[in-house]
Design a protein. Structure first.
Length: 111
């Protein structure tokens, strides 16, 4: 959506491309897939560490203060894992030959 786009369209869109270059669409698709992978990793990390702390704390094998420290450390780890998205660069085909040998979109679904 370029400079001629309305403010309402930009606010209601799920994704807004800067400029009118549609060649950015594959990069946005790859970024969204990478984002979903990171979100799933964060869920797994947070749930795993919190369950571990809950079981260990309820069983009395770890001091509740250490469980709280473990929980806060897992929150920092989730933020650090998400920060990797800032430096994400898409790995897209650069030439026509690369495009012919690239896997179709159906084969690159996030699982």
């Amino acid at each position: 959506m370029g400079a001629h786009s309305s403010h309402v369209a930009l606010e209601t869109a799920d994704i807004a491309l800067p400029g009118d270059d549609l060649r950015q669409v594959p990069a946005v698709v790859e970024l969204s897939r990478h984002t979903l992978r990171v979100v799933r990793q964060n869920y797994g990390l947070a749930i795993g560490v919190n369950l571990l702390g809950l079981v260990a704390g309820a069983g009395g094998s770890i001091n509740p203060v250490l469980v709280a420290l473990l929980h806060n450390t897992s929150s920092i780890a989730v933020v650090a894992n998400s920060a990797r998205l800032v430096n994400h660069t898409p790995h897209l085909p650069q030439t026509a030959d690369d495009m012919l040998t690239a896997a179709p979109l159906e084969d690159r679904r996030v699982r």
